[in-house]
Design a protein around this ligand. Sequence first.
Ligand SMILES: C[S@@+](CC[C@H](N)C(=O)[O-])C[C@H]1O[C@@H](n2cnc3c(N)ncnc32)[C@H](O)[C@@H]1O
Length: 210
Amino acid sequence: MKSSYFEDAAATWDNEPRRVAMTKAVGETILREARPTKDMDMLDYGCGTGLLSLYLLPHVHSVTGADSSAGMLQMLQTKLKEADIQNLKILPLDLEQDRLPDNRYHLVVTNMTLHHVAATDRVLRAFHALLLPGGMLCIADLDTEPGIFHAPEAAASVRHHGFDRAELTSQLSQIGFRDIRDVTAHTIRRPIESGEQRDFPVFLITANRR
Ligand SMILES: C[S@@+](CC[C@H](N)C(=O)[O-])C[C@H]1O[C@@H](n2cnc3c(N)ncnc32)[C@H](O)[C@@H]1O
C-alpha cells in the first residue's frame, strides 16, 4: 500500500524554505544543462505542489505535472487557479502501476521522486517511452546516503537511500539512453535526527533519447 506521507505533508510542503531553495537550484541547473526552449512540452513526474514545474514553465511551451498523490496535486491545482495558468496540466499518474499515458514529451524531469519509487527500472523505461525521439530526461535526486536524510514520518515512503550515479548511468544506458551526464545541482544542508547538521548532495543526470 502507498504511504500516506505525501497526503499529510501536502498542505505545508511549500512552507519549508530548504525545499524551495533546492527546487530553484535544480531548476537553474536544468536550464543550464538541458537548455529547454519555448516550443517544448515537458512532463514533471512526481511534481508535488509544482515547485519545479512552475519554475520551468516560462521556459517551455507546456508542462504536465504528474503525481500519484491527490493531496499534492490539489495544492498545485489551487496555484493554477489563483494565477489563471492555462499551459500547466495536472495528471494523476503512478507509472509503477498505471498504463503509459498517450502524450509524448520533449523533456521529462523528475526531482527527488525516484527514491520513493520501488520499481525504478519500470519507471525509467516508461520515461524513455514517454520521450519523443531526441528528447531529454533530467533526473535530480540524492546521492547515496546512509539512510539518515528523511525524518522518521517519511521513512515508510522511502524506497532507496539515494542513488549511485554510475549505477544509474549504466541502467539508463541499458534502457537505450545516450549522452548521459551528471553534475551536482545542489547540496541540501539539514539536521538529522540527532540534531546535527549534515550535507546531502543532489545530482542532476541528463540523458538523451535518440
Ligand atoms: C519528495 S516529493 C518531491 C516533489 C517535487 N518534485 C518537489 O521537488 O517539490 C516526491 C513526490 O513524488 C510523488 N511520488 C511518490 N511516488 C510516486 C509514484 N510512484 N508516482 C508518481 N509520483 C510519486 C509524491 O507524491 C511526491 O509529490
